[in-house]
Ligand binder design. Sequence first.
Ligand code: NAP
Length: 234
Amino acid sequence: MSSKVAVVTGALKGLGFEVARQLARRDYQVIVTGRDAARGGTAQEKLVGEGLKTEFRLLDVANTSSIEQFTTALLRERGRVDVLVNNAGIMIDGERPTTLPEYASVIERTFITNALGPYLLCRALVPAMVKNGYGRVVNVSSGMGQLSEMNGGYPGYRMSKTALNAVTRIFADETRGSNVLVNSVCPGWVRTDMGGKGATRSIEQGIETIVWLATLPDGSPSGSFFRDKKPMTW
Ligand code: NAP
């Protein structure tokens, strides 16, 4: 049987790039996606230079047409997808909105990238997984979206990650009994452009549970939220 096809969003840097690398090392056919062709080419060259079989494709998760074009072409050309890592994300609450239209804009843009994009990707790709009898969806969420631990600040980011967790529950329910496993993960506070230099975890530590969920054996949990390979409360 040929190796599994894995799609990673926002894979040109940070956690996404390393997830792509680690899955390719495990012999997955990784589709490295991002919204910038030039940077995509650079990321692809680096991975191929390491002897990995990856492919770059343009995908802007905040753009419905881009999602439609990407998923249609992927299913037409490959006929299947086995793993979807919804990793792309933004945190723009730092733009410090003060007026209602500014708040609306920050929350709307964040929601589109962090929750609506992943929902549409699942909507487009999960049926093919169900048909194929295999699928692993990993939604890269955050403890900042955890309702049971909700603190103040960062409203756009927090609400978008809570919504992303809802996406996990929706598709976990819709795929029950189909060997498609859909889970959320909090990678912890990681030293990326988003997490900053002061974060407590390396990228290698941050991706451990993401890769674990992307490669779960049959019969593993679905519809749960994990950190450090352990379930956490919503
Ligand atoms: P990062 O270094 O800022 O990377 C974010 C990635 O998402 C970049 O590749 C970015 O692409 C991409 N992206 C943003 N908007 C996109 C769009 N519309 N279409 C396609 N790609 C888009 O951050 P990171 O820390 O690796 O974050 C990865 C995920 O982990 C995010 O979902 C984040 O919320 C989550 N997370 C991170 C931490 C942390 O401490 N770092 C903690 C909890 C959760 P560009 O390069 O083009 O901007």
